[in-house]
Design a protein. Structure first.
Length: 346
């Protein structure tokens, strides 16, 4: 869906699609909830394609995948609600397999097992951020949930190699778009300057919710450590972005999304990554675990980040950060195990 998107439909064929359906309209240049939802649901119901009888004889797709981008997340929820089906958001792995189920809600009878064929298994981190869950969208007896839908984090899969000689069918979708769907009018737009780029620095100091006892002081201590290095930058976890901490003074400008590291933020791989007060949720880990040396500072000796840190300092960041800053200023952070050993009084 979009303005002048036939060429993109052809690209889909080059990337492995057998059929690509597109809807062109100059009013669709920018993402708008209502028309995009109506068109996608109309397509999913198998309507509006003149050649439909030539290319398919079913009217309900088994699966529907959306990108877990800002717009894709919006659209996925609205389209799946419109189609009265379910949605697993932010998936990072998918596979299709038969599934044997004994839950009476799904089988219709206690004690009976039923095999569901071709079930889409949708893997995503659970809400704790520490385990993966597999989500299934199984029909109830007498009730079909179609299509099985999910949004997928961009970059989760290697793209198929582009083959411009591939054959496929490009189909134009036909549907009257009601004026009423365009009540929201975009009168002007601007492309924002690229935000803060955290990639390419030698060192990243990342702060997490461990600063909660005094967020302003925590942020200042993090920035002092950043300044002690020649080439370092400050990153934060999503825990900070979504917190309601009251920051005072200039540190507030360091607390927004453009400094977030992780699955829905930036992916960094510096020489040294210092994570202070960060628990190590899956969504944070994928944004930093390619770093050469990971140093974690945490009061909890069982914090998950310990599993993928090279050095773990069990301690309070309000005490440890100033000492690290002092160490770097006075000649470098000697990353020898004995220099920053676990725990210890000194
Ligand atoms: C769809 C989705 C996408 C997400 N994307 C991201 C993402 O891109 N990036 C991201 O970071 N998160 C992301 N999250 C959130 C993620 O699941 C975690 O909730 C978040 O990373 C936790 O942030 P945190 O480590 O700062 O906070 P917490 O998990 O609360 O951890 C705080 C840590 O600080 C320690 N601590 C407390 N006091 C001190 C102290 N004084 N000194 C030292 N240590 C202390 C605690 O022991 C704890 O380990 C996402 C979640 C979802 C559902």
């Amino acid at each position: 869906m979009g303005d002048d998107c036939e060429g993109l439909a052809e690209e889909c064929i080059a990337y492995g699609a057998d059929v690509a359906v597109y809807h062109d309209d100059e009013r669709l240049e920018r993402f708008l909830h209502k028309p995009y939802t109506e068109i996608a649901a109309h397509m999913a119901r198998g309507k509006g394609t003149v050649e439909s009888t030539d290319w398919r004889d079913y009217d309900e797709p088994r699966y529907i995948l959306f990108p877990a981008t800002n717009n894709g997340r919006d659209l996925s929820a609205k389209v799946q609600a419109e189609l009265d089906s379910g949605l697993a958001s932010d998936c990072s792995d998918l596979f299709i397999e038969a599934e044997e189920v004994s839950n009476p809600v799904k089988t219709g009878e206690p004690g009976v097992k039923k095999t569901f064929e071709k079930v889409l298994h949708m893997k995503r981190p659970d809400f704790s951020g520490f385990e993966y869950s597999t989500i299934l969208c199984l029909d109830n007896p007498g009730r079909e949930f179609h299509p099985q839908g999910c949004s997928v984090i961009p970059g989760s899969f290697e793209p198929i190699e582009r083959n411009p000689d591939r054959d496929g069918l490009v189909v134009e979708h036909d549907m009257d778009l009601e004026d009423d769907w365009f009540r929201v009018e975009i009168t002007d737009h601007d492309r924002l300057e690229a935000g803060i780029d955290l990639t390419g620095h030698d060192v990243i100091v990342c702060l997490g919710r461990g600063i909660a006892d005094d967020p302003t002081e925590g942020m200042e201590l993090g920035l002092e450590l950043v300044d002690a290095f020649d080439d370092a930058a400050l990153g934060i976890t999503r825990g900070i972005v979504t917190s309601s901490y009251q920051f005072e003074g200039h540190v507030e400008s360091y607390s927004n999304e453009e400094r977030q590291i992780g699955e829905t933020g930036q992916v960094v791989a510096p020489d040294v990554y210092i994570a202070a007060g960060v628990s190590g949720a899956v969504q944070h880990k994928v944004g930093m675990d390619e770093s050469d040396t990971i140093v974690a500072i945490n009061t909890d000796p069982d914090a998950r980040i310990r599993d993928f840190s090279d050095y773990f300092i069990e301690g309070d960041l309000f005490e440890v950060l100033p000492r690290l800053t002092e160490a770097v200023e006075s000649g470098g952070l000697g990353l020898e195990p004995e220099a920053v050993a676990d725990g210890g009084d000194e």
